[in-house]
Design a protein around this ligand. Sequence first.
Ligand code: NAP
Length: 261
Amino acid sequence: MDVPQLGFGTYQLTDPERCSTAVQTALETGYRHVDTAEYYENEAAVGEGIATSDAEDVFLASKVWRDRLGHEAFLESARERVDLLGVDSLDLLYVHWPMDTYDPAETLPALLEAREEGLTRGLGLSNFTPELMDEAIDHLGEAPAAHQVELHPLLQQEALRDHADRHGYQLVAYAPIARNAVADVPEIRQVAEKHDATPAQVSLAWELEKGVVPIPKAGSPAHIRENYGALDLSLDDEDVSLIDGIETEERVVDFPNAPWH
Ligand code: NAP
């Protein structure tokens, strides 16, 4: 499945009017992939933003929260996502986290059934480790279309990038500018100055260079447009290897019982 290469994240866009306006601005700018989730409590506004724009070919992804991963609960949530977004089908439906009510023998057959029911075209997993991915692929009998994880120049996720390459699914990068912590990294500022670009654009261009799909969130029209400009920035080998060297394994999303601990 082709996942459009730059997505628009919507976490924390909870005010309905602000959210649907931001989605409209993103679509006018050229984004064709919108990322939301049950947890973000904004799907009706995201759906409204899409419905009132002129864009036709929007790739839409949502996620089932971790308290609804039992078989029936998952399918109910999948139907609810489609209803709230006001679409016939999602392009990607993710298991948001492999924890709490996650049980591969229940959750993953339900994800396959959601696809059979026409609720989603693609299967998505999020926040899995390579070991949990192997287990999930065994249960699904196929690789998912996408795996969404935190990934940016400070957390480069080499093992997960290798896993995605070996199994042929798309890696999607959340928090792709590390909530703008990248702006404080001297090497990123140096590359940005060289190309007359911004640190956010340099981070996103580095992810695109690695074959990863970033989904930056922005509320303001200026940031929405600035981030889309990353598609016009091409980094040379020297830039890429400078950024490759700044891994610090710093996460913006972390907590003691997260799957990677
Ligand atoms: P992010 O995209 O790295 O950063 C968003 C923050 O950076 C916002 O505060 C935004 O401010 C600011 N920003 C955006 N563009 C900027 C720019 N060009 N210059 C300076 N600041 C800028 O972090 P995120 O929202 O956590 O991650 C992106 C998306 O990934 C989310 O919206 C969500 O869709 C998804 N996500 C998924 C998971 C998961 O568990 N699967 C977890 C976290 C996030 P303004 O809004 O003021 O522009």
